[in-house]
Design a protein around this ligand. Structure first.
Ligand code: UT7
Length: 315
């Protein structure tokens, strides 16, 4: 497939580190050097359905196609206000489209997992124009009394339209299943038969373990994928790395021995927006006119699962 359009949409509320320090025992002096984050967009009166639909509308307009031409829609999302139907259905209704649609919950690497599903369907001859929307509200998953998690995240949606083309050069997916590293639990409705104790627990994360996994998975997969498809790092124009933590991105840069200018970043003003991160960054770079035809973009993302993935895409 080929990326023919991008879009993104953000909540209007901007929360700075200084604003967090008004109610949390934290500071810009702690947060910024450890994460690279200065502020984040946080959902207030918006609905994630609206943000996802807005990002999709912009991507469809950028692609220059009519929404009726979308023949498959994949939505990457961890949580939203609906348990059912899938967020893809709610966004489809808002958009006025009726293509088959599915939700995936692959956390931060969700965009690359969605890209893999799109490309596989296209290779099977089943689809021509695929919409991917990554819409996330991780600020509704953390406890806002827990300074070790809530300072890291921001909300938003990014969207991509893919069409016929041979521009997806390779994708590598990876799983190291371990729920103890990043998890959250919700309590389901009681029944007369449930005897186990169920608890509601906000997002928990073993920060240092996740940090090590992220750097290791990203560098290993990027190098292995480039080798597999017969490309070298010299041919890479930009690394579109999941915006989780600036120190993770810096470590990846160092291990890959690649220059600063190949790593566009927006973490300073966004924080970690889970799977929306790579697509929001992609849209911002696209709208700034950063990419030219033929550029090689390497996507790399990692997160809960633990899951990670890399993809090489020609612009
Ligand atoms: O998509 C993947 C998502 N996950 C990630 O990206 C997480 C990756 N991990 C990280 O980015 C880092 O591990 C963190 C930024 C989350 C934490 O940095 P750290 O250097 O690993 O700090 P720590 O958790 O070991 O905490 C060090 C100290 C602790 O105090 P004590 O026990 O040494 O007294 C924490 O209580 O820093 C304290 N601390 C804070 N202090 C002020 C933790 N969070 C904060 C905070 N403000 N926000």
């Amino acid at each position: 497939m080929k990326i023919i359009g991008t879009g993104s949409s953000l909540p209007k509320k901007v929360v700075t580190n200084d604003m967090l320090s008004e109610f949390l025992d934290t500071s810009d002096e702690w947060i910024f050097p450890r994460t690279g984050i200065k502020s984040r967009f946080v959902i207030s009166d918006e609905d994630l359905v609206q943000l996802g639909a807005d990002a999709a509308r912009k991507a469809i307009a950028d692609a220059g196609i009519d929404k009726s031409q979308i023949d498959y829609f994949i939505c990457s999302n961890v949580v939203n206000e609906y348990m059912t139907p899938g967020l893809s259905c709610a966004i489809s209704q808002e958009l006025g489209i009726s293509a088959p649609c599915i939700d995936i919950n692959c956390a931060c690497p969700g965009f690359i997992y969605a890209l893999d599903i799109a490309e596989t369907h296209w290779l099977a001859g089943k689809v021509h124009n695929v919409l991917i929307v990554c819409a996330e509200e991780p600020t509704r998953m953390t406890s806002w009394q827990d300074r070790s998690t809530c300072v890291l995240f921001g909300d938003g949606a990014g969207a991509v339209v893919l069409s016929d083309g041979n521009n997806v050069k390779g994708i590598k997916l990876h799983a190291e299943p371990d729920v103890s590293k990043i998890w959250q639990k919700r309590r389901l409705m009681p029944t007369p038969y449930v005897t186990k104790e169920e608890v509601e627990v906000p997002l928990q994360m073993m920060g240092r373990e996740v940090f090590k996994f992220a750097v290791n998975a990203s560098t290993t997969e990027v190098e292995a994928l480039l080798k597999e498809i017969g490309m070298t790092k010299d041919e890479v124009s930009y690394y579109m790395v999941h915006q989780a933590n600036m120190r993770i991105i810096d470590a990846i840069k160092k291990y890959l021995a690649e220059p600063e200018e190949k790593f566009p970043s927006n973490i300073r003003n966004h924080g970690n927006s889970s799977s929306a991160s790579c697509t929001i960054l992609l849209d911002e770079c696209n709208r700034k006119g950063l990419f030219k035809q033929g550029d090689i973009l390497v996507f790399s993302a990692f997160g809960a699962g633990l899951l990670s993935a890399a993809a090489v895409v020609e612009w």
